[in-house]
Design a protein around this ligand. Structure first.
Ligand code: ADP
Ligand code: MG
Ligand code: MG
Length: 252
């Protein structure tokens, strides 16, 4: 089973410590939701794990399938099966969406095991149909001129095409209407298996109405302060975060 294990992670941006002892274990077959108020370091966590150069890991460790994640090159992490969908995906000019996905699919395959054009087309047609994505998407440049909702669907398309081992989805639900939300949830649910683990970072509980997480973690001030099952997300929806702050004596 794939695994991502993070222990006592400390991360700084411009000398300011944002993550202060974050830890989590994600294994194949598990969906973890990470929730928390704005500014607690959720996106910082995602960026640090993917190796964004502005985020300095000052201490702690992370292993991906037993290997030291921070010793792996950034593209190596993706090729090994770690997938990150960003809160603010970048636009890349001059590469069509289909080309991007196909080269990413082939990047971790040996020369005689490349995905053929026919196989690729069959698969992308199938997934685009499922996600109710327009055919013209394939030929558009990556994320260029995509609306917020289109970017999110496109990330789920990439997810379904690449079939990563562990995915980190940062605010994949932000700005989506209910129909788009259901489509995104359907895509993630389709991947559920022992060979796939997922960390869903979200501010709101509503996505979790459609994707039942196995674990829910609350993040505050750079670390997980409370963990539970789906009922914890429900309680956060009803009562907000203040009761946790009071319970733990956290001030902000
Ligand atoms: P969340 O995703 O939980 O809303 P972020 O990880 O985006 O939180 O931000 C955590 C903290 O780090 C915030 O105080 C934010 O202002 C700060 N921060 C995030 N990105 C940067 C950056 N590029 N430069 C400086 N500070 C940043
Ligand atoms: Mg934020
Ligand atoms: Mg964020």
């Amino acid at each position: 089973k794939p695994s991502l294990s993070v222990k006592d992670l400390h991360v700084s941006i411009e000398e300011k410590e944002i993550l202060k002892g974050f830890g989590i274990d994600v294994k194949g077959g598990e969906i973890h939701a990470i929730m928390g108020p704005n500014g607690t370091g959720k996106s910082t966590l995602a960026s640090a794990l993917m190796g964004h150069p502005n985020y300095e890991v000052t201490s702690g460790e992370a292993t991906f399938n037993g290997e030291d994640l921070f010793e792996m090159e950034v593209d190596e992490r993706a090729r090994a099966g770690l997938f990150l969908a960003m809160q603010y995906p970048s636009e890349v000019s001059g590469v069509t969406n289909a080309d991007f996905i196909r080269s990413a699919m082939n990047a971790d395959r040996s020369e005689d095991d490349q995905v053929s054009l026919m196989q690729f087309i069959r698969k992308i047609d199938d997934k685009m149909g499922m996600l109710e994505i327009d055919q013209s998407f394939q030929h558009r440049y990556l994320n260029e001129g995509f609306s917020g909702g289109e970017k999110k669907r496109n990330e789920i398309l990439q997810l379904l095409m690449l079939e990563p081992k562990i995915a980190i989805l940062d605010e994949i639900d932000s700005g989506l209407d209910i129909d788009a939300l259901k489509v995104v949830a359907k895509g993630i649910n389709e991947l559920r298996s022992d060979d796939f683990g997922c960390m869903i970072i979200t501010h709101y509980q509503r996505l979790l109405n459609y994707i039942q997480p196995d674990y829910v973690h609350v993040m505050m001030q750079g670390r997980i302060v409370k963990s539970g099952g789906p009922e914890l997300a429900q309680k956060l929806e009803e009562q907000g975060y203040d009761w946790i702050k009071e319970e733990l004596g956290i001030e902000d």
